[in-house]
Structures are given as structure tokens and as C-alpha cells.
Design a protein around this ligand. Structure first.
Ligand code: PBG
Length: 325
């Protein structure tokens, strides 16, 4: 006797039936494309560890964003790479900062058509590669760093950024930035907090892109989270919400689907996930060997991140996937 067809199976019969009952869809409006902009270059150039990703010049940025808009993408996350790196990351909070110039160029040209987020951190600007300033004891100085983060936030806000995105995992960074923004009258500048950010090996290709190496073979384990911990993420997120974050983030994404799901369930608060450089590069490196299809794999991962509970996804696949949807 044949096993009777189950109800679940009946609803898989064809593509239209499957879409009727699909619980989660990936939409172009969920995606944010990270963009690297390097000060002092004339031409965009490729990143060897991140196929199809270019480091943009200030001039080519506009074209890149125009092509995003044409394909239906309306949100970007900017990462500036300065000419000068020093111990205090001083080009991060100088008026002619490359990220500030990029924000101004995009807001001048596209206004509300593009949501501009800007990563706020010191690592791209410091010669030691840490996310904060380093004291005489060799340790990252939390409170001294907050003062600098607040300065950067004000510069970004003044330039017209929609979201500042503090990624340095300093304690109190969201509260410090919110109160500086508010006291300067930037009540509408939102904060996307990198709240649950793990000390991950998957940031490797990104470090090449932004030209960062951590001094003396160091790591970020004293300020980014330990991979083995889950409940810690919920405490980090709770703190950021309390301090005034408008959106919170879990990062990396695919290794932290459990955290995304728990965060969504516990807080039901606007939630982003960052599919980081290593997640991107491993898909393309494997696909290049013919082992699977890159787009189908990327789509599956992004849809799973969404299904886990992310509202928005920051991904280097954004442009590619939008044309696939
Ligand atoms: C810090 C920052 C990093 C990433 C985003 N913001 C690197 C780090 O924490 O070491 C990683 C993103 C990626 O790997 O795609 N400014």
C-alpha cells in the first residue's frame, strides 16, 4: 500500500502553490550593500579576497550607488579608508574625513532615495588596527574611545547620514552617541548598533579590503564576544536598546542564526544581521571550484537569515541577489 500523500507534500506540488504558502520571502527592500571608499585614489580597484567587490573612489561611489538604485536597492553601509592612519585614528574625526565626504556626496545627489548608513569605528583609521585607542598599558581604552565616537557621530550626522552604525563594541557606545546627537539637535539621526558582534575569523577578507591589520598579531577578543556564548548576546542587545539603539544587529549571520532567532523572539525589536566578508568569500571560492551554484547558495543563506528573524540584512551579495529575486 502506498503511503498517503501528506498535506505538507501536497503544498509542494508546483512553484505557484509553494509560493502561496511560503512563510518567508526575501525582498530587495531588506538588503543593505556595504561599500568601501578609499581616499586619494582615482580608480576603483578589486579586492583579491572578495570577488566582484571593488574599493570605490569618491568619484566612482556615485556611479556605484546609481547602479544600486537602478536595480532596486535603496540602502548602503559606508566604510571609509583614509590616507593617514595614526595611533589616535585622527582622520576619523577630521572634517575632511572620507566617510563624511561620501555621505555628503550621496545625500546631495540622491537625497531620500538612498538610505545611508555609515560604519562608525576607529580600526580603519588607526595604525594599530584596534577599534578604540590603545593606552600605555596596551589595552583598548573604553571611555576615551567613546569621546571620539561621539565626535565622529556628530560629523556623520551633520553630513546627513541616516544611520550611524557603531561597530567597535565599546561599552556605553550607543548611549554616548545618542546623547551627543540629541544635545546637538540631531534627533532624527538613527543608530544601528552592532550589538551582538562576535570576535570572528570570518572578518578576514574585510581586513584586506579596509587595509587593517591588528598590531603585534593581536585580536579583538577583549571587546568582541566569545563565540561560545549565547545569553551574553541577549544582554548586549538589551543594553543597546536601553541606551537608545533604533535597530540592533547580530554579526556574523550564518554562524549565529540561533542568536538571531532568540533576539527576535525576546525583543521583537528592529533587527539586522550582517552577512560578513568571510561568509561572502567562502560561497564564491567554493562556487569557483564548481562545487555549487553561487547565487542559489547565497539566496538560500539570505532567506535562512531572514527566516531566523532578521528584518534587514547587510550583505555583499545585495546587488547580485536583487537581480535574482
Ligand atoms: C569594524 C568592522 C568590522 C567589520 C565591520 N565593521 C571588522 C572587525 O570588527 O574586525 C567586518 C565586516 C565584514 O567582515 O564584512 N569597523
Amino acid at each position: 500500500m502506498a503511503y498517503p500523500v501528506t498535506r505538507m507534500r501536497r503544498l509542494r506540488s508546483n512553484a505557484h502553490i509553494r509560493s502561496l504558502v511560503r512563510e518567508t520571502n526575501l525582498d530587495h527592500a531588506d538588503l543593505v550593500l556595504p561599500i568601501f571608499i578609499r581616499e586619494g585614489i582615482d580608480q576603483p580597484y578589486p579586492i583579491s579576497g572578495m570577488p566582484n567587490v571593488m574599493v570605490q573612489s569618491l568619484a566612482s561611489l556615485e556611479e556605484e550607488v546609481k547602479s544600486c538604485l537602478d536595480s532596486g536597492l535603496h540602502a548602503v553601509m559606508l566604510f571609509g579608508i583614509p590616507v593617514q592612519k595614526d595611533a589616535l585614528g585622527s582622520s576619523a574625526y577630521s572634517e575632511d574625513n572620507i566617510t563624511v565626504a561620501s555621505i555628503m556626496a550621496l545625500k546631495d545627489k540622491f537625497q531620500e532615495d538612498i538610505v545611508v548608513m555609515a560604519d562608525l569605528c576607529l580600526d580603519e583609521y588607526s595604525d594599530h588596527g584596534h577599534c578604540g585607542i590603545v593606552g600605555a598599558d596596551g589595552k583598548v581604552q573604553n571611555d576615551e574611545t567613546l569621546v571620539l565616537y561621539s565626535k565622529i557621530a556628530l560629523l556623520y550626522a551633520k553630513a546627513g547620514v541616516d544611520f550611524v552604525a557603531p561597530s567597535g563594541m565599546m561599552d556605553g557606545q550607543v548611549g554616548a552617541i545618542r546623547s551627543s546627537l540629541d544635545s546637538a539637535g540631531y534627533h532624527n539621526t538613527a543608530i544601528l548598533a552592532y550589538s551582538a558582534k562576535y570576535a570572528s575569523a570570518l572578518y578576514g577578507p574585510f581586513r584586506e579590503a579596509v587595509d587593517v591589520s591588528i598590531a603585534n598579531g593581536g585580536d579583538r577578543k577583549t571587546y568582541q564576544q566569545d563565540i561560545g556564548n549565547a545569553s551574553e548576546s541577549l544582554r548586549e542587545i538589551a543594553l543597546d536598546i536601553e541606551e537608545g539603539a533604533d535597530m540592533v544587529m547580530v554579526k556574523p549571520a550564518i554562524t549565529n542564526l540561533d542568536i538571531i532567532a532568540k533576539a527576535k523572539e525576546k525583543f521583537n525589536f528592529p533587527l539586522a544581521a550582517y552577512q560578513v566578508s568571510g561568509e561572502y568569500s567562502m560561497v564564491l571560492a567554493t562556487a569557483a571550484k564548481g562545487m555549487f551554484d553561487a547565487r542559489a547558495t547565497a539566496y538560500e543563506m539570505l532567506l535562512s537569515i531572514k527566516r531566523a528573524g532578521a528584518d534587514a540584512i547587510i550583505t555583499y551579495f545585495a546587488k547580485e541577489i536583487v537581480s535574482y529575486l
